[in-house]
Design a protein around this ligand. Sequence first.
Ligand code: ZN
Length: 700
Amino acid sequence: MKSLWNPKEAAQCKDKLELLVYRSRLIGSEPKLCVWGGGNTSTKIIRNDHCGRECRALCIKGSGSDLKSSTVKDFPPVRLDELLEVFKRDRMSDEEMVDFVSRCLLEPKAPRPSIEVLLHAFVDQPDIDHTHADAILSITNTRDGEKIAREIFGDELLWISYVKPGFTLAKRVGEAYRKNPKAKGVILEKHGLIAWGPDAKTSYGLTIEMVSRAEKYLNAARKKKKIWSPSIFSRKGVLQYALTSAEQRSLLIQSLPLIRKKLSANQKVILHVSRSPEVLEFVNAAAAARVSQIGPATPDHMLRTRRIPLYVHVSSARSRHAAPLLQNQIVSQIETYAQKHKRYFEKYKRLLPSNAQTMLDPYPKVILIPGIGMITSGSDLKNAKITAEIYEHSISVMKNASTLDTYESLSERQAFEMDYWPMELYKLSLAPDEAEFARQIGLVTGAARGIGRAIAFELVKQGAHVFLGDIQDDALNEAVHFINRETRSNRAFALHFDVTNPDSVKKGIEKIILQCGGIDFLVSNAGLAHVSPIDRLDLEDWEKSFAVNATGHFLAAREVTRLLKRQALGGNLVFIGTKNVLAPGKDFGAYSASKAAEAQLARVLAIENGEHGIRVNMVNPDGVFEDSGLWETIGPSRAQSYGIPSQELKTYYQNRSLMKTAVLPQDVAEAVSFLISRKSSKTTGCILTVDGGVKEAFPR
Ligand code: ZN
């Protein structure tokens, strides 16, 4: 592992706290050293309290923040001398400890200090870094871990047998340090590494040095022994079960919505599929079925991956039978996993305080499927990806530990204590409240500009994962970039999507499944307009209008409805209609007739799908000019039909409404948001007008 320390950058830090942030970010930016949200670092400083009295303070990472993006405010200062008061105690419950530490905070509103705060206090060293590096865990999680650690680190690092983080662990480390003040750090069995020193550079340097030594040892061991042979598939070198890549893709498209349905029993989840070479090597290995069930590489990984993944057992089958068989096996084994989790919870729940005996979501967060890869779930795609990344580190630890010796982990009981540890679960409670459309996936067609773009923006703002479908790729990419930047999220996705082409529609929906696992709503918006009196209307223009305004809605809705029914989690379709459906205008025959077909399509969809919990509604806007490609093309000819100059068209529309007001894309977006939201949960087959009030177009 390379040191990222840059003397010039370090020299720019004006005090110890800035140096702490600097090195914390270095540690956080190396995933083999520290996974998302993991690890903690500290420094000891002298500062003034609220009365201006000088006091010693320990600044330590707060619970729930991530080292990579940490800032000074993520390191709450705690009165060191008060923390040291409890060293003489023999025991202290977690609740007592948290309560005690909260009283030692120098800034009462600071985040809760890491649960390892006492450990950092009890070691009288200015700078301390605690990490869960893959290479270190590869050693601590083997049967002979202690022996190997001695071989690599001699007595530079002290070995501490496994004990759950908290007061007891802190005390043991503190005592070990007092007996061996020359030690450079400790190795925590089945947990991680702690390195310390008189300054930031030393503690960071030692962390890197110790991890590098472990890596070197592992590299040498790996050369001697090859593991993870893909023998699950081979019998005398012949693959017994293997799918072509097209079959793998099709299996995922078929299975992901069913998996999403299963995993969403308590709350909807978003799915992420990982198929990196490392993941495939592991899931395809004969040993994976056993090794993956041994337990977590470190308690630090468990908050997101849970104790064990689901390893899907596949019966040996010839390629052409494998896919449907596997699909059923995955779904039934997810249920078996949840049942097992219930038994595990019942077995150990007595270890929890009586007010905290609530079972967590029993469904797996990580699913390993031989021949396919790994599927992870989360409240959004970002979280599903973080879980995948963390489990990839677990895989690396299992692989290295198996190279050295036999991979070992916490006992089931020890794992339960961490799995359900309120102090660790507290981190999850720090997540901000979920937005209205969090955990939802949707498609907005015709989203590159105008109304479609405004709708997509609004729904992403409210937490949804939104695929923006359009055929104008440049404008589409610009819209996606804009929305992601403005919402500081990566929940907008560009999707080349031609509503008139069944193949493009099918492929688009498949991409959504592969990327997020399913779908929850469709906003069918793509449309075009043509102006001409009917006696002068070309057949070609009539057909073009119908291809987009009628068939386009049909193709998109058909594909999405099929998926929604298969996924069986309900859903929403919203059709962007027009005032013309109820009150057509002259020279607008092709547009009005084709949009009327759309409206009739929406009504029939509402009738057919109510029993599946799928709601279908329409929004009828009128005269929405802003950022509109439609008005750019037809504006002048509409003005001509009304016998007014082009530049007066906007005012004309505004004045013909009852409220004499301009209708904006955002107004339509708000209406769509209402129709997708829980607030309209009993509404289907409805038309919501967004036209400033046009009495001829009142729905009746
Ligand atoms: Zn730790």
